[in-house]
Design a binder for this molecule. Structure first.
Ligand code: C2O
Ligand code: CU
Ligand code: CU
Length: 555
């Protein structure tokens, strides 16, 4: 199973078209690994003129005010709606948003203080909200068929496409999982366990978990990738007293950075190669993009290649790769002499590390979060520091820039011990070892190509893995191309990569692991949170939509 040759042959036999191109670049898994192909996916080219970098200021998503605070819980309300925004200067772009902005509003919360968010769906299609990284009961975890259907929605069957009319006797039912399997994607069936609601839904998050940068995003079955691309993503930060007491850079010196690539069509809309641009019936993307959709514009917090003025002081940067498929290798470079500055990593997906780790560059896969501290006091006032992606080229090599504007006092610190509450799981505690292969393959009889876990495409009616509550397990994961693998509900530790010690940036508690081409890894986790139906999947959002997702039942 782990043999590189075998993997490559399956890749070549099992896939065609664009995936064939990828197979060619990955003829030998070992060669692929040594060359580290920068991308799994194909890049869309924008058809509008793109702005020069470092002209627009970095936006900071606004923090959402609660609509109520009762009985130790905070209540929020978010309306999902379509808006027109100016992302590129002078270009008007239709977006699907949480609350009218992209990124959506940030929710700030305290560890152990429950939050209920009432989402109202005013978009033209069903939606599902998932809090990525949340330790959330199954009913609020955003299972892909737990749809919130908009007013007037009915499933458009054959011959009933696209009108969305209400009260049609023949198609009047609401809330069937809205994907047209009769149309050839061949990935799933009606899900009897789905709990759909009309127009609104309350999602309740206990947030009984380590402080961390989480994010919420759409998770509708078969259509997650285009929905996120259109703007359905926002940040959610969990804090606690212990973290506050550390003295890390804070206030205006703590910056959330949601990095995401996009492409723009001639009319200013976001370009995306959907087979069904209405995102109603037919899932999937045009063949050349089946390995992942990349854009040629890099947005940070929704702005193209922004610039941010900083004090000559330490800053805490809370980085999320919110891209569908693009990987980054981040580095801080002096725009003058090109030299790079090292920086500290203080946290991973699921919160603070035991202690800081120094990096000169840092790979960041889709959905991963990294908590960084950069010391701008080491740079002369006036320096322009570029945050670059060493995997990018041309315009996509730049991400954003910081201009060191002024000298300033700095009382922040980065203690050598950051946290002492990381789980103490050991490999010896594992009661089971499971193997999962993340690979391209064919689904259904039509031979539609897709992305598979253990040779199977996602089916909401099939339980793939049953675990016992409280059990500790080791999972061995192996990949053909890049697959950022995400586990809902439970954070994990990375035990090994390619049979060796994990990489320096693998430290801490994770919920997403970046598997590189041909790579295997072992993760260790304990299922001690909630019982119920959860997921694990590839977070290349196109792979996810094309089958690379599986059910996990905690009993
Ligand atoms: Cu970020 Cu299942 O998702
Ligand atoms: Cu998740
Ligand atoms: Cu993948």
């Amino acid at each position: 199973m782990r043999d590189g040759e075998e993997m490559t042959r399956r890749q070549i036999l099992g896939i065609g078209g664009a995936l064939g191109v990828m197979a060619v670049t990955g003829l030998s898994a070992a060669a692929a690994l040594s060359r580290r192909p920068a991308a799994t996916g194909a890049e869309l080219r924008s058809a509008v003129p793109l702005p020069r970098p470092f002209q627009v200021p970095l936006p900071i998503p606004s923090v959402l005010a609660p609509v109520g605070r009762t009985g130790g819980a905070d209540r929020y309300a978010i309306t999902q709606r379509e808006v027109t925004a100016e992302i590129l200067p002078g270009v008007r772009t239709r977006l699907w948003t949480y609350g009218g902005t992209f990124p959506g509003p940030t929710i700030e919360s305290r560890r152990g203080r429950p939050v209920t968010v009432t989402h109202r769906n005013e978009l033209p299609v069903p939606t599902v909200v998932h809090l990525h990284g949340g330790r959330t009961p199954a009913a609020s975890d955003g299972y892909p068929t737990d749809l919130v259907v908009p007013e007037g929605w009915h499933r458009a069957g054959p011959g009933a496409r696209g009108d969305g009319a209400r009260g049609d006797g023949a198609h009047g039912g609401h809330g069937m999982p809205g994907h047209g399997m009769d149309m050839g994607a061949g990935m799933s069936a009606h899900d009897p366990r789905a709990v759909t609601t009309e127009v609104t839904r309350d999602y309740t998050f206990p947030l009984d978990q380590r402080p961390a940068l989480l994010w919420y995003h759409d998770h509708r079955m078969d259509f997650t990738a285009p929905a996120i691309w259109r703007g359905l993503a926002g940040l959610h930060i969990v804090r606690d007293d212990a973290e506050d007491a550390l003295g890390l850079p804070s206030g205006p010196r703590e910056l959330p950075l949601m990095i995401a690539d996009r492409a723009f069509a001639e009319d200013g809309s976001l370009d995306y190669p959907s087979l069904d641009p209405a995102l109603r019936d037919r899932p999937g993307v045009r063949e050349p993009y089946a390995a992942g959709v990349l854009g040629d514009v890099i947005l940070v917090n929704g702005a193209p290649w922004p610039v941010h003025e900083v004090d000559a002081a330490r800053y805490r940067l809370r980085v999320l790769n919110g891209s569908n498929a693009r990987h980054y290798e981040l580095a801080f470079e002096d725009a003058g002499d090109g030299r790079s500055y090292d920086f500290l990593q203080i946290g991973a997906d699921q919160g603070l590390l035991a202690g800081p780790v120094t990096h000169r560059s840092l790979p960041v896969a889709p959905a991963e979060r990294y908590d960084l501290v950069v010391d701008f006091s080491r740079m002369p006032v006036g320096t322009l520091v570029r945050l670059v992606n060493r995997l990018g080229s041309g315009r996509t090599r730049d991400v954003m820039a910081f201009r060191v504007a002024r000298k300033a006092a700095d009382t922040s610190r980065v203690p050598r011990v950051l946290s002492t509450d990381l789980p103490a799981w050991r490999r010896e505690d594992a009661v089971r070892v499971r193997d999962f292969a993340f690979r391209a393959g064919r689904t259904g009889d039509g031979g539609t190509h897709g992305w598979l876990i253990g040779g199977r495409a996602f089916d909401p009616t099939r339980t793939d893995v049953t675990v016992r509550h409280g059990d500790t397990e080791v999972w061995r994961l192996v990949a053909d191309v890049h697959h950022p693998v995400h586990l809902h509900l439970s954070g994990f530790r990375i035990l090994s990569r390619g049979g060796e010690a994990p990489l320096p940036h693998d430290a801490g508690l994770k919920d997403t692991i970046s598997l590189r081409p041909g790579e295997s890894a072992e993760i260790l986790t304990r299922f001690d949170a909630y019982r119920g139906r959860y997921l694990f999947h590839c977070h290349n959002a196109e792979h996810e939509d094309m089958g690379m997702m599986a059910n996990l039942e905690v009993i």
